[in-house]
Design a protein. Structure first.
Length: 134
């Protein structure tokens, strides 16, 4: 029976742990990369993160968002700003045209906004094509 060499207990300095957590926070390294490179369990690295990361302070909730989601959000914000600008321009055009109608109405002495509705047909009056009324 061949015995596997047991893992030695290794201790990493607090400064080393803080540096690796900082690299994780800045997206320079992943937990998996640190785990493989330094032969440390992922659980241990997660403990370092929970202890030393500013993102995991008590009372602070964290929203996990993928890079693609961040890009989508950024593009949507840009699109929203563009649409708000367009709506603002259209509103200015509407205000301008309404003012022109008001000024034109005063110059001509008539209400240009007035709607000239025709009275609804009752169906009893003859039309051009139908002269047979009963």
């Amino acid at each position: 029976m061949v015995k596997k060499p047991s893992k030695q207990n290794r201790y990493f300095s607090e400064e080393f742990k803080r540096q690796k957590v900082k690299e994780i926070d800045e997206n320079l390294l992943t937990i998996s990369e640190i785990s493989k490179e330094y032969e440390v369990s992922r659980t241990a690295v997660y403990r370092w993160v929970y202890r030393y990361s500013k993102r995991f302070e008590q009372g602070v909730s964290q929203v996990v968002q993928l890079e693609s989601e961040q890009e989508k959000t950024k593009k949507l914000k840009i699109r929203l700003a563009e649409l708000e600008r367009i709506v603002g321009q259209k509103q200015m055009k509407i205000d301008y045209l309404e003012k022109m109608i008001e000024i034109g109405g005063k110059e001509l002495g008539i209400d240009l906004k007035k709607k000239f509705n025709t009275p609804p047909l009752t169906g009893t009056e003859p039309t051009e094509g139908n002269t047979n009324i009963e």
